[in-house]
Each structure stands twice: as structure tokens, then as C-alpha cells.
Design a protein around this ligand. Structure first.
Ligand code: IMP
Ligand code: MG
Length: 182
């Protein structure tokens, strides 16, 4: 993406707001977790940045793991068929699991992951999503911890991409509709 495209991004959530909210989420998760070790499972690739900050805001002992799920379509034209490209490396059975997602959109990814993980009988399975876009929901899923509820607009930055770009931006931006159509 060119510098001209960067200039047209619209700032939505600046880094200081993200940092403050993630500290609150970490404190809440730590309180709810008590003395139990927590298996954090990040959903690659979008949740990588959020995962790193959230994990450091949780004061209880955490084990790190990651999954990667692929849909055959694109964000603009998603397909329902999902598959696990990278399953968790840890055994999930009898563990307290916290799934870490960047954004809850249609809910297809979360519904799929919950089904896959529940089949292995964790002690508990909770979900932390940095962003929640409830207007787009097609599957009846929700997160236990939500950073921000957001309007039905495409966002980039802080791990989230548009066609692979913008993940490294430290703040979250709205992607102008005009760029999506180019
Ligand atoms: P789902 O529709 O809830 O299954 O969301 C699937 C995935 O699409 C999310 O985990 C994100 O990685 C990605 N996604 C959904 N909405 C956006 C967005 O506005 N910007 C960037 N990625 C998104
Ligand atoms: Mg994701």
C-alpha cells in the first residue's frame, strides 16, 4: 500500500485508549481466573498484537498457544467453510482456556473454534475479543470480555489487516469505503 493510502485512513482508536482498556481487561481476567493457570490461545494472525499486550496485563500464570483458521473466501466475500490450519499444540482437556481474538464479526470463526475446543473438554472456555461488531453477527456467539463495541465499518491496524496490509500500525483506523472498492 502506498503512503497516499495511509493518509486516507481515518483514526478510530488511538494507542493510549487501547492500552488503557487492555489493562482493564487484564485486571478483570486476572480477578476471574484466581489461582488457576490459564491457557491463552491466540487466533493468528490478527490477534497477535492484542495477545502480546493482553498477556502482559494478566497477572495470573499463563501458558501461550496459538491456532490458525482459514476460510476459503476473503473478508469481502467470506465463505462458511473453515478449517484449522494450525491446531493448538497444548492439550486442552481439563485446562482453563481463554481464546484471544482480534474482532468478532459474523461469529463464524468463534463458533467453529468453540466447537473444536469444546470437543476436547476444557475445564472452562472463555473468550476475549478486542473488538465486537454485533451488527454483523450471523452466529449466536459472544465474548466474555470485549474491549470495544464498534460500528459496522472495516477496521485495520493493531494486528488487523486489509489484504495483508496495515497490521503493524500501532493505532486502529477505519478503512475508507473508497479504498475497499479500488
Ligand atoms: P468472523 O466473521 O467473526 O468469523 O471474523 C473472522 C475474522 O475476520 C476476524 O477474526 C478478523 O481476523 C477478520 N475481520 C473481521 N472484520 C474485520 C475488520 O473490520 N478488519 C480486519 N479484519 C476483520
Ligand atoms: Mg481473527
Amino acid at each position: 500500500m502506498t503512503a497516499a493510502v495511509h493518509e486516507r485512513l481515518e483514526l478510530f482508536l488511538p494507542r493510549h485508549l487501547l492500552a488503557a482498556r487492555i489493562q482493564e481487561m487484564g485486571a478483570e481476567i486476572s480477578r476471574d481466573t484466581g489461582d488457576n493457570p490459564l491457557l491463552l490461545i491466540g487466533v493468528l494472525r490478527g490477534a497477535a498484537v492484542f495477545f502480546a499486550d493482553l498477556a502482559r496485563a494478566i497477572t495470573t500464570d499463563c501458558i501461550f498457544d496459538f491456532v490458525s483458521v482459514s476460510s476459503y473466501g476473503s473478508h469481502q466475500q467470506p465463505t462458511e467453510a473453515l478449517r484449522m490450519i494450525h491446531p493448538p499444540e497444548e492439550n486442552v482437556t481439563d485446562k482453563h482456556v481463554l481464546l484471544v481474538e482480534d474482532i468478532l464479526d459474523t461469529g463464524a470463526t468463534l463458533a467453529y473454534l468453540q466447537k473444536q475446543l469444546q470437543a476436547q473438554h476444557p475445564s472452562s472456555l472463555r473468550v476475549a475479543a478486542l473488538l465486537d461488531k454485533p451488527a454483523r453477527r450471523k452466529h449466536p456467539v459472544q465474548a466474555d470480555y470485549v474491549g470495544f463495541t464498534v460500528p459496522d465499518r472495516f477496521v485495520v491496524g493493531y494486528g488487523m489487516d486489509y489484504s495483508g496490509h496495515f497490521r503493524g500500525l500501532p493505532d486502529i483506523y477505519f478503512l475508507p469505503q473508497i479504498i475497499q472498492e479500488e
